[in-house]
Design a protein. Structure first.
Lengths: 191, 271, 900
């Protein structure tokens, strides 16, 4: 390899040169204009963390560049036999899943009949949900069918979701439900 | 001088996914148009419509049908052509537009005074103003990434390798092979656009494989330069390179000095 | 089959999928194959970005796929090539059930004008009246000629089981009554004898394929009427195109060439979706493409973890690793009942007792003992169809009180306005998501609220919204469409109150553990004994202090360990025991985490360029890190590669083997080797015979390549396991513009599901309904994702497809005076919505049996939240679905279109 015929890599490690370009968030209405010039490599001195695209099922590998605890860039992992560094537009937009002013970060609660949300404390909301699950379970639990068959379940609580989340979530979610006798568990694989 | 680098876009394998558009925006931190809320264009699946100061890649969709289900759907990812004889460089009064050591064309935003001369000077309608910065902007061919040996964001993202990046000479060889393959399969309209160094504007460092006439893709068959003052444009580009932002790379400095020496001999700064 | 393996394909048929748009990166691989000369074919109602890159686009009317596939089967069976090239006969006789003799009682649709033998009426049971079958089959007559294939028939998803169907015919005699009221004997130390007692003599076969009752002859007769003329009449695809597809596929199948199929939800979202896939499997078996490089069928799944959420089932009908969920609809009263009902004596699934006992140990830990049959009675049982639409039908009747919705958006789902109406009847609802979804906000901003039909104050639901982490903010594994687990690492902290979704259930669980800790009620003992300890251990998590659960601890419980010492992980499912000494939630994931510090899902080591391998050191694919399933079939009956070009796994007769680990006895030379993990008993020779008293793999010969099947054969004819027939048959969608040309007396599947059939909100158009004359299909676009929560809030994606549209042909647009970009009203018996028109020749009018039928299509990504908003296309769809799996018919229905 010579200086004039360098190997151009698909592999973006954190070992770049130049100075970081800070402060640009790349987002919709609030975005500052891009200062496109012959800019310095903005992933310089960043840490590279291996990840997987959260959109479709192809399982494209990604690399996440992090600096000072902040995600500054996400692109394809060129080592992956699935995608070899490439991505689709959704995969290429993963950055905006994270750095996005539209992202909700607070717990909200709506009382029965109320017109509006209220922002509530996370611990309180968890306590309240646990209380409601217990109440509904205790009121609707069926130990035996009319013919005497043991079933130990309730069909009065519906747990939905899982196909967009990881395996560990699915294990804990289904075990939580089945442990309590909640049998109506479904996810997007049904639809 | 480093080797000339560029893009070969094989439109026959483009799936119109627009990964190149988003990868470009993500790397270069460019905003969506109208906050991501433009109106539906009605032009096939193209809602980007044109290259602009904030959209440096644009996938075109051309529906060629003769009745239901009977026809073809052409797709092409468009970008700055990085002309070997670049009209924008010629007309830029401030020297903001430079030719890099990779023989690519880059606008330095902090030198640009927003005079818009380059917009009129581009035969392809590539350059436009960034409405907030008030400067002209376009594809840099990811100069920052290239400078450290990384492939540009768009070609890296392209799932089907419709956008290929590499030394221009290699790309031309690849393009010729692919052209012959298509022709042997009966695609008589297959043609290269901008691959010929003897052609208009000295060839394009971002060139294309098409399967119809260039006009079908919105490309001029005979792109014209605003003037013919090539020698001064080449010199100007080297001046530009000297004020390039990224400093401290010994090899880069060395190459620049070679460029200067080369241009002083009157040669164009190409590999 | 998996995307990268398409590199090796010579022909690739995409049907029921829009791969280039919906799986663009996977489409990299067929495009590589195309560059090397492979032919790409797209069979689809629309000319899409996939069609644009294929060699052939064959347009067919949505929902007519079985007619097209059946035509291919008929073409293949009667072709000269198939009847003269010895490859096909050798593959089919050796590896499929073509030669197996079927019961004399079986009657085909050809005999009964469109239905199979065994059709009966269906009546709902009052305990759970949401099973929704319009009819039901008694499948006894579909079996192989006596003796029958035992066991497998009852492994069908309980979705399919109605209260009318009798319980399994397991050998119950001699067993104590047991059951719910009497005391049960303790579980045996080994279940082998129980499984052995289920053994039956092998079914009869006729390797000449001449017997008129063999599966091959029945199949041949069944499809004889699917001629190119009939295919054209039913599907609208011109005969010349159909024949071009058939010939291309046939010429690219054989010893030296392989063809692959891909499908996605355009094959599942029908009232006969399972049969579409089954039909393709039948065709691919006939063509000898299964288990071979570049061959097979690829299921293109739609979400990052949808494979994982099916394997690790947040689905009501199954428990880990595709074991049936215990149910009252089958003989599942005791653990012994469950095992005798569910376990076949032959094939790898004969190990089910090991899977089940290890699962129960993972659930109830030390509390699960032999004496209490490993805690089986604590495990809940289902009582019917508790699938999405069944639950919504129950919810609409006020039978469901609470709902927890995590990362899903039912407010924009099937017959969406009815789902929203159902959810308004909940007492409480929790939404946990990364974005404000329509489900979270429907109580104040749904269309029916905005237009005043429903008052916010009248909705008595208590609603919660919890914000979630994004992908880069937590550790965990996804299972992709290749069945491959891949680990992702946390890169940054999440903002505000954003927590992982696992955190949510884990900490709810901790609260409920405390709430029940003093209960002595019998009903609460299962929960009290549920193992619930996923606190982080500093050693495994680099010292990070967090109340987030330890994902590696969860993975360990899924993948398994020695009960006596949790630091001794299991290396693979071969180590599982049925005596409680192994703890493992998911037998299929066993081996992905074989030792502390060795999380194989996190591997990122690709093969070197040019190597002929399967990238076995990248991630980990179940089962056993195998990449192509049933790959024994990639070798000929003698164990040699079918051809040098199609080499994948083969028998090396000279390979030395280690002595038997238990007995020390020498093992004869010979071993299966190759580019992949062989899907076969490693040292079983191609000429090996089954052991007379053998169970599991010992009951299989060296030719039984399909090791998960009880008879070791790929099934052309499906004797058990499906509720809607042993062979695929063309029926019309529930809403269709034409009569069923093939069977005029049987318009639809006789056993599909129709929930809330009597309710106004779920009515369907009648056949050829003049008020709803157009065929409509729904789909995704590259630029958006699902109902849009993860894309319509992102400026970079919203700008690419900023508004909802309907695609329609020029002829329809002209008839209705609609111009490009005009607003259009789209109406079905369920709802009416608006969208802008995209007028195009990529979709249009079709000639169906002489009738001009306009075809239109709409992407379904929109709702009222986000940067890009639009009407909910799913409001148009109905709750009718597949009888095997309860998936709705969202890909083919009727509508009307008018200029707004």
């Amino acid at each position: 390899m010579t200086a004039t015929r360098r190997e151009f890599l698909r592999y973006a490690t954190g070992a770049g040169v130049g100075t970081a370009l800070g402060g640009l968030a790349g987002l919709g209405l609030t975005l500052a204009p891009a200062r496109a010039k012959a800019q310095a490599l903005r992933i310089k001195d960043s840490k590279t963390v291996p990840s997987i695209c959260p959109f479709c099922s192809v399982g494209c590998a990604t690399l996440i560049h992090v600096k000072d605890g902040e995600i500054i860039n996400i692109e394809g992992d060129p080592r992956s036999p699935h995608n070899e560094g490439t991505l689709c537009p959704k995969g290429a937009a993963i950055y905006q899943l994270h750095r996005n002013p539209n992202r909700p970060t607070k717990v909200l609660h709506r009382k029965p009949g109320a017109r509006d949300w209220e922002v509530v404390e996370l611990g309180w909301a968890m306590d309240r949900v646990a209380e409601l699950i217990k109440k509904t379970r205790d009121e609707t639990f069926v130990e035996r069918m009319p013919d005497g068959k043991l079933v130990n379940m309730t069909t009065s609580i519906f747990a939905l979701g899982g196909a967009t989340l990881d395996n560990e979530f699915n294990h804990v979610a289904q075990k939580f439900c089945r442990g309590l006798g909640i049998v109506a568990i479904e996810n997007q694989a049904r639809i | 001088m480093a080797e000339a680098m560029g893009f070969f876009t094989d439109t026959t394998v483009c799936i119109g996914c627009k990964a190149c558009e988003v990868a470009c925006k993500s790397w270069n931190q460019l905003p969506a148009r109208e906050g991501g809320q433009p109106e539906l264009s009605g032009i096939s699946y193209d809602n980007t419509v044109q290259l602009s100061g904030t959209t440096w890649r644009h996938v075109k969709f051309i529906e060629q049908f003769d009745g239901p289900y009977n026809g073809r759907w052409l797709m092409m990812s468009d970008v700055c052509k990085h002309c070997v004889q670049a009209g924008c460089i010629e007309v830029c009064p401030t020297g903001a537009i430079i030719r890099t050591e990779f023989d690519t064309v880059v606008i330095q935003s902090d030198v640009c005074n927003g005079c818009r001369a380059c917009i009129a000077g581009c035969p392809f309608g590539v350059i436009d103003m960034n409405p907030v910065s008030g400067t002209a902007q376009k594809c840099t061919l990811c100069y920052d990434r290239m400078s450290v040996g990384l492939e540009p964001a768009c070609s890296k993202a392209c799932p089907t390798d419709s956008i290929q990046f590499g030394p221009i000479d290699d790309l031309r060889r690849r393009a010729q092979t692919r052209l012959e393959q298509l022709q042997s399969q009966g695609e008589t309209r297959a043609q290269l656009y901008g691959a010929d160094p003897e052609g208009p504007v000295g060839g394009l460092n971002s060139f294309y494989l098409l399967v119809d006439e260039p006009e079908v893709y919105g490309l001029p068959s005979q792109p014209k330069l605003p003037s013919r003052n090539l020698a001064s444009s080449a010199a100007g580009s080297v001046v530009g390179a000297a004020v390039l932002g990224a400093v401290g790379l010994v090899t880069l400095r060395k190459r620049r000095s070679e460029d200067v020496a080369e241009s002083e001999r009157g040669g164009q700064p190409r590999a | 089959m998996y995307p990268r393996n398409l590199e090796h394909s010579d022909c690739f048929v995409i049907m029921g999928s829009n791969m280039a748009e919906c799986h663009p990166v996977a489409f990299r691989w067929p495009m590589k194959a195309k560059m090397n000369g492979a032919k790409l074919i797209h069979v689809d109602p629309r000319f899409t970005r996939t069609s644009a890159n294929c060699d052939i686009h064959a347009p067919i009317r949505a929902g007519s796929d079985i007619a097209f596939l059946g035509g291919l089967i008929n073409y293949v069976i009667n072709s000269e090539r198939w009847n003269t090239d010895p490859f096909f006969r050798e593959y089919v006789v050796s590896y499929t059930n073509a030669a197996t003799i079927v019961s004399d009682d079986f009657k085909d649709t050809e005999d009964l004008e469109g239905v199979f033998s065994g059709l009966v009426q269906y009546t709902e049971k009052p305990e759970w009246p949401y099973n929704a079958f319009v009819g039901s089959y008694q499948p006894a007559s579909w079996q192989y000629k006596s003796p029958s294939v035992q066991g497998q028939g009852e492994q069908v998803a309980p979705t399919a089981r109605s209260g009318e169907q009798k319980a399994a015919q397991g050998p119950q005699a001699g067993q104590p009554a047991g059951g719910p009221t009497g005391p049960q004997p303790p579980a045996p130390l080994s279940w082998d004898d129980v499984v052995r007692s289920l053994k039956r003599p092998p079914p009869q076969r006729d390797p000449t394929l001449q017997n008129p009752r063999c599966a091959f002859q029945i199949t041949k007769r069944h499809f004889a009427r699917y001629t190119p003329e009939v295919v054209e009449q039913i599907t609208g695809c011109p005969q010349a195109k159909f024949l071009q597809v058939a010939e291309t596929l046939l010429q690219n199948s054989g010893a030296d060439r392989t063809s692959a199929f891909a499908y996605a939800v355009a094959w599942t979202q029908h009232t006969y979706g399972v049969q579409m896939i089954s039909c393709c499997a039948l065709l691919q078996l006939l063509l000898g493409n299964m288990g071979r490089p570049g061959g097979g069928i690829m299921a293109l799944r739609g979400h990052a973890a949808i494979q994982g959420s099916t394997d690790v089932p947040t689905l009501y009908h199954s428990i880990h690793g595709y074991m049936s969920h215990p149910t009252v609809l089958k003989k599942h009263d005791t653990l012994r009942d469950f095992i005798t009902t569910e376990t076949p004596s032959g094939g790898y699934y004969a190990n089910l007792p090991k899977f089940m006992v290890s699962y129960l140990k993972s659930f109830y830990g030390a509390a699960a003992t032999r004496e209490n049959n490993w805690g089986y009675d604590w495990h809940p049982k289902i009582i019917g169809d508790h699938s999405h639409m069944a639950m919504m039908a129950a919810m609409e009747e006020g039978k469901v009180k609470g709902m927890i919705c995590v990362g899903q958006n039912p407010a924009t789902s099937l017959n969406g306005s009815s789902q929203r109406a159902a959810m308004r009847k909940l007492e409480w609802m929790v939404v946990k998501d990364n974005w404000m979804t329509e489900t979270a906000t429907q109580w104040y901003s749904a269309p029916e609220i905005k237009n005043g039909d429903v008052k916010v104050a009248d909705i008595n639901t208590e609603v919660f919204f919890f914000p979630s982490t994004q992908i880069a903010e937590y550790d965990g594994s996804f299972t992709n469409t290749q069945r491959m687990l891949q680990w992702h690492f946390k890169a940054a902290d999440a903002p505000g109150d954003c927590k992982t979704d696992t955190w949510f259930y884990y900490h709810l669980g901790k609260r409920l553990k405390r709430a029940y800790e003093n209960s002595s009620a019998a009903r609460d003992q299962g929960w009290k004994n549920t193992v619930w300890d996923y606190d982080r251990e500093p050693a495994e998590t680099a010292g990070e202090i967090s109340d987030e659960p330890d994902e590696l601890k969860i993975l360990r419980e899924i993948a398994g360990f020695q009960t006596a010492d949790p630091t001794k992980h299991l290396a693979g499912f071969g180590e599982l025991k049925d005596d409680g000494s192994t703890t493992c939630a998911s037998w299929i994931y066993c081996g992905c985490y074989p030792a502390p510090g060795r999380n194989l899902t996190a591997r990122r080591q690709p093969d070197p360029p040019g190597a002929p391998g399967a990238h076995l050191n990248w991630g980990w694919a179940w089962p056993a890190n195998r990449r192509v399933m049933y790959n024994r079939a990639s070798a000929d009956p003698q164990g040699r590669p079918w051809s040098e070009r199609k080499r994948w796994v083969w028998w090396d007769g000279s390979a030395a083997n280690a002595p038997n680990a238990q007995t020390g006895a020498p093992t004869p030379a010979g071993k299966w080797i190759g580019y992949d993990v062989p899907d076969f008993a490693l040292t079983k020779a191609p000429n090996a015979q089954p052991r007379p008293d053998g169970i599991g793999l010992d009951a299989m010969s060296g030719l039984d390549a399909f090791i998960m099947k009880p008879d070791g054969k790929g099934w052309l004819y499906v004797p058990s396991g499906l509720v809607d027939g042993p062979l695929p048959t063309h029926y019309e969608p529930v809403e269709s513009p034409v009569q069923n040309l093939l069977y005029p007396k049987q318009q639809t599947s006789p056993v599909y599901k129709h929930w809330a059939k009597a309710k106004n909100y779920n009515q369907v158009a009648r056949v050829g309904d003049p008020d709803y004359p157009h065929v409509i299909t729904t789909y995704r676009l590259t630029e958006h994702y699902l109902a849009g929560a993860m894309s319509r809030w992102l400026p970079w994606l919203s700008e690419l497809m900023p508004e909802l549209f309907i695609e329609m042909g020029r002829a329809l647009a002209d008839e209705k005076g609609i111009r490009n970009l005009d607003w259009v009203k789209i109406k079905t018996p369920r709802s009416e919505i608006r969208a802008k028109a995209l007028v195009t020749d990529r979709i249009g009018v079709m000639n169906i049996a002489g009738k001009r039928v306009h075809h239109v299509g709409m992407p379904w990504h929109w709702g009222w939240e986000g940067l890009s908003t639009g009407d909910v296309v799913n409001d148009l769809t109905s709750w009718v679905g597949d009888p095997n799996v309860s998936i709705h018919e969202g890909k083919a229905f009727l509508c009307n279109v008018e200029k707004d």
